[in-house]
Design a protein. Structure first.
Lengths: 125, 737
């Protein structure tokens, strides 16, 4: 069964690598958004099964977008995994309390799909 | 016939006067008994209501009156003047003569004329007594000047009036008693006894037993009483009528004692017996008065005077000796006093010396303390640390100027304010309160404590406190003294550093993720390298790599600029050379973006770091090309004589600008774009490349040159980035073309 996952990150490099890693290792359909606004719109229209959300973005940052997603009936049930380059323990714990989980950058492309499955409790396809 | 005893009276008075004058004052001996010049004394002797009868009164009536009144006399008065006197002795004489007394008037038996004394002459009791002794009178009527009866003095009344207690105490019975005593046996008849009285001219007869011991007495008064009773005196024996038993009086008894007994028993005489009961003599009131005989008194006075003289001499000697002793003692005391005074003086001098030393020490110590206090006060006043004292109840007792300045309150407002309620932010109060509780109960909390302080403006400053417990002399904790370091800036700097590190970490990790992930997927064959995705991945990895290189370069450059490690290398440069170089460097990129670069530069000479300015232009142009739409124009301008309000008189600046026709920057972001890792973004959230440090580096470089950099932008129309460089007109001749 193929999953649909939405990746919201302002960095093009991250988007490209994540899309390639998830498509080639897990066979998932990966939707991309480069900003919080675009991500919100895509989430509402496409209703992905999970969202990988970058924390540090210009404009609407990841946490603000997360609250907006939680406030919308159409999107509040979509599990959110935060993507962050923050190494500090305090920030990671805060994010873990908000979302389903946290994936740190840089990540291992061959393992990213496993991480996501584990966090979301998805069985292997 | 009045008596004029003046001569004797005068001499007697003289003797009394001498006694008075010669009396040692110290002895103060002036017995009242010897002073007869007391009006009350003679007054006491006078019987103011004498027993009087008329001449016609029968003798029997007169006798009855005498008996009734217990008087020894009656005065016969005619026309208030005494014409005669009838006494007990007269009656005894009458009876002794055997004459009948019935049917006779008293005038026929009275003694006349009667010797009287004028009332005016009654000055001295003793002189009166002397006259009575001389005239052998026992009764002396007193008359006024006109001869009217005033009163009478009798030996009895005189004796009673006189209080010669001292003399009487001094004298003994044996001194004055009559040793010649008329005695009669118990068998003698009363008439015989009366005869004896008359013959011997005595007033009494002592009745003796056969062994010559006195056992009774018959007196003239008894005879009078017998007559009154109508006793047969010829037949009645003495034993029947004598007064018995006799009251015991001994020769060694004092006259005073005898006088008192006379008064007590109301008798006029006592039979004096020895201890064995033998007859020794007879003492009458006359005998007592004889003790007061002026001659006797004079003799006594003389003796007393001698004794007084002797005592005075002895006293004088004693006084002189005592005086000498006292004088010697005084001399000794004086010497002692002088010695003590000298010692006291020396002690005072020593005390003064010690006092001076102590004062000097106190002054010195005070000066030291003052200096110490000044030192500490200066320290407290000047130290750039907060010093706050709090009492046990949490109220402020001291705050130094640094602290007051920090919180923005005055000393009056701060003193006695509650430390926790007034200056600790709400969320931290509990923790601060707990800390102080632990401190006061000496539960070994950390002596250092960190918390925020609220200032008057509402700002929270972070201070690290060192706390010391204050104690009283008994060791009880009274409060704390805390020294605090304001670490707010340090915290902010640390926070900034932390934020910067976090930012840098993010900025580095992001391109690394693309590089690492891309290379790994390609090298592990997850994505075929020849596929479209593979090529895309390679391109992304390459771009990320470039970005990473630039980023690392910018980070290092910024660090170098901010740390001051790279100083400016100022040199004279021509602005046109600079702008041409930059324009040429970006020509290819501009062409690729289809953007035109125009330069307006009059050509000025300025002194600046050429490389750094190139870096500034590079960053600005790079941003401008990135944000300019295709077909737009980027303009570079150089303006001389730019008037900056911040420049002083005589100062000038050159202004450069790089303007594009790109998206523009929203107003709220225009200041922030110069901060690290802050890039302008638009509603679509798109960020167009860049490291986020370019403008920060530009600002740093321009500010190091003493200039300013800013942006003016309108969303949708474009942005203009300006920067100025101050110039020295004279030195640089920058207007030379």
């Amino acid at each position: 069964m193929s999953r649909t996952v939405l990746v919201i990150d302002d960095d093009q490099g991250i988007r490209v690598i994540l899309k390639a890693a998830l498509e080639f290792t897990a066979g998932w359909k990966v939707l991309l958004a480069s900003s919080g606004v675009e991500g919100m719109a895509t989430a509402q229209t496409e209703r992905p099964e999970a969202i990988l959300l970058d924390v540090r973005m210009p404009g609407i940052d990841g946490i603000s977008l997360f609250r907006k997603l939680q406030a919308q009936a159409s999107t509040k049930e979509i599990p959110v995994i935060f993507l962050t380059a923050q190494a500090r323990e305090v920030e990671r714990q805060e994010l873990e309390e908000l979302g389903v989980g946290v994936i740190l950058k840089p990540f291992e492309p061959e393992a990213i799909a496993i991480q996501v499955r584990t966090l979301l409790g998805w069985l292997v396809d | 016939m009045a008596v004029n005893p003046d001569a004797k009276l005068l001499s007697f008075q003289d003797r009394l006067g001498t006694l008075g004058d010669g009396e040692p004052k110290q002895l103060n001996m002036k017995p009242e008994s010897l002073s007869s010049n007391t009006p009350s004394l003679i007054g006491r002797a006078v019987i103011s209501r004498p027993s009087v009868v008329s001449p016609e009164m029968p003798i029997e009536d007169a006798i009855a009156q005498m008996n009734a009144c217990e008087d020894s006399y009656v005065l016969i008065v005619q026309n208030q003047q005494p014409i005669g006197i009838f006494t007990e002795r007269d009656l005894v004489r009458l009876i002794a003569s055997g004459q009948t007394i019935s049917n006779k008037s008293v005038a026929q038996a009275m003694t006349q004329p009667v010797i009287t004394i004028c009332n005016a002459d009654l000055t001295d009791a003793f002189s009166v007594f002397e006259q009575m002794q001389q005239r052998r009178l026992r009764h002396l009527p007193i008359v006024e000047a006109d001869g009217t009866l005033f009163g009478i003095i009798t030996k009895n009344s005189l004796r009673k009036a006189l209080t010669p207690s001292t003399l009487l105490k001094l004298k003994l019975v044996e001194n004055v008693m009559q040793t010649k005593v008329v005695c009669a046996p118990t068998t003698a008849r009363v008439r015989q006894i009366a005869q004896k009285m008359s013959e011997e001219e005595v007033s009494c007869v002592v009745i003796v037993a056969p062994d010559a011991r006195p056992i009774g007495i018959v007196t003239e008064r008894d005879i009078v009483q017998f007559q009154t009773l109508g006793l047969d005196m010829a037949a009645t024996s003495a034993q029947t009528v004598m007064s018995t038993p006799l009251l015991p009086v001994h020769p060694k008894d004092s006259l005073w004692q005898t006088h008192q007994q006379m008064n007590q028993h109301r008798v006029r005489r006592f039979v004096v017996c020895t201890q064995e009961g033998q007859l020794a003599g007879l003492i009458t009131q006359s005998s007592l008065l004889q003790a007061l005989n002026p001659a006797e008194v004079k003799q006594m006075i003389d003796l007393l005077q001698q004794e007084v003289e002797q005592l005075r001499t002895e006293n004088q000697t004693l006084l002189e000796v005592r005086n000498q002793e006292l004088e010697n003692e005084q001399v000794s005391l004086n010497e002692k006093l002088q010695n003590e005074q000298r010692e006291l003086q020396q002690a005072y001098v020593q005390l003064d010396t010690i006092n001076a030393e102590l004062e000097e020490r106190v002054t010195q110590r005070s000066a030291e303390l003052n200096q110490s206090e000044r030192r500490w006060r200066t320290l407290l006043e000047d130290v750039q640390l907060a010093v706050v004292g709090t009492a046990r109840d949490g109220h402020i007792t001291y705050a130094n100027p640094f602290f007051l300045n920090l919180i923005g309150y005055g000393a009056e407002e701060t003193m006695n304010a509650d430390w926790i309620k007034s200056f600790i932010p709400g969320p931290e109060r509990s923790q601060v309160k707990d800390y102080f509780e632990q401190l006061y109960h000496q539960l070994e909390p950390s002596l250092q404590h960190q918390h925020s302080i609220l200032t008057r403006s509402g700002e929270a400053r972070i201070l690290v406190w060192n706390n010391t417990l204050l104690r009283d002399t008994q060791g009880n904790v009274t409060g704390t003294m805390s020294i605090g370091e304001d670490v707010t800036e340090r915290f902010a700097v640390d926070k900034l550093k932390g934020d910067f590190v976090a930012m840098v970490s993010h900025e580095l990790r992001t391109p690394l993720t693309a590089i690492h992930g891309g290379i790994k997927m390609l090298s592990q064959g997850i994505v075929p390298s020849q596929s479209e995705q593979g090529q895309h991945i390679l391109q992304v990895a390459a771009e990320s790599s470039e970005r990473l290189v630039r980023l690392v370069g910018d980070i290092l450059a910024l660090e170098s600029l901010e740390s001051g490690k790279s100083s400016l290398r100022r040199q004279l440069i021509h602005t046109q050379v600079l702008t041409r170089q930059v324009t040429d460097a970006f020509s290819i990129l501009a062409a690729k973006a289809n953007v035109t670069i125009e330069v307006s530069d009059p050509g000025l000479q300025i002194v600046a770091d050429s490389d750094r300015l190139t870096q500034v232009f590079t960053n600005l142009l790079d941003n401008a090309i990135r944000f300019s739409p295709s077909g737009s124009t980027i303009r570079i301008n150089t303006t001389p004589d730019y008037h900056d309000l911040d420049l002083g008189e005589g100062e000038a600046a050159v202004c450069f600008s790089v303007c594009d026709q790109g998206l523009g920057i929203p107003v709220e972001q225009q200041d922030k774009v110069f901060e690290r890792f802050t890039q302008a973004s638009h509603d679509n959230g798109e960020v167009k490349g860049g490291t986020g440090l370019g403008l920060t580096i530009c600002r740093n470089i321009i500010e190091q040159h003493g200039g300013k950099i800013w942006v003016e932008s309108t969303v949708g129309e474009g942005s203009c980035f300006y920067f100025t460089l101050p110039v020295d007109r004279e030195k640089e001749d920058y207007l030379r073309r």
